[in-house]
Design a binder for this molecule. Sequence first.
Ligand SMILES: Nc1c(NC[C@H](O)[C@H](O)[C@H](O)CO)[nH]c(=O)[nH]c1=O
Ligand SMILES: CC(=O)[C@@H](O)COP(=O)(O)O
Length: 161
Amino acid sequence: MATENKNLSEYDKTLIPDASKFRFGIVVSEWNDTITEPLFQGAFDALVDNGVLESNIIRWNVPGSFELIYGAKKMQEQMVNAVIVIGSVIQGETKHFDFVCEGVTQGIKDLNVMRETPVIFCVLTDNTLQQAIDRSGGKHGNKGTEAAIAAIKMAELRKNS
Ligand SMILES: Nc1c(NC[C@H](O)[C@H](O)[C@H](O)CO)[nH]c(=O)[nH]c1=O
Ligand SMILES: CC(=O)[C@@H](O)COP(=O)(O)O
């Protein structure tokens, strides 16, 4: 199902596990911060809306999405139940978009494979700025909200497995 058929901000609180005892690390890319800041706010608000204490949410910034890999790796070493990485990669004139997107995707995948702390992929990879706006609080909702719910569910799965 494409994003255009699903609002990223919608969730049923009755289906979300109790997150009041969980700690979360959020690593935020500074590139395209007009997009990554609303994504962070969406994630932060959703975590708090589901019982997470504000003091149990750690935020670190990194320069760009490619650095999310290292930031997430170091965040996994903190006492957190799950990590969320937040980035916005927007197509430019060159193939750099392809390499950044592939690199971040593979790097975050590797961290999920090699380590115990789940890392949630909240990295928008858009053709245009408008597509990014639409997915960071615009007409399609906020992917940060979606990522927060995924983080809670994966923290619960880790606790029970
Ligand atoms: N063009 C975008 C970048 N590029 C920067 C890289 O992520 C990285 O910081 C740099 O190559 C140094 O290692 N980053 C984004 O997050 N979004 C972009 O659109
Ligand atoms: C994803 C990028 O690195 C890209 O936005 C940079 O733009 P350009 O390809 O025009 O250098």
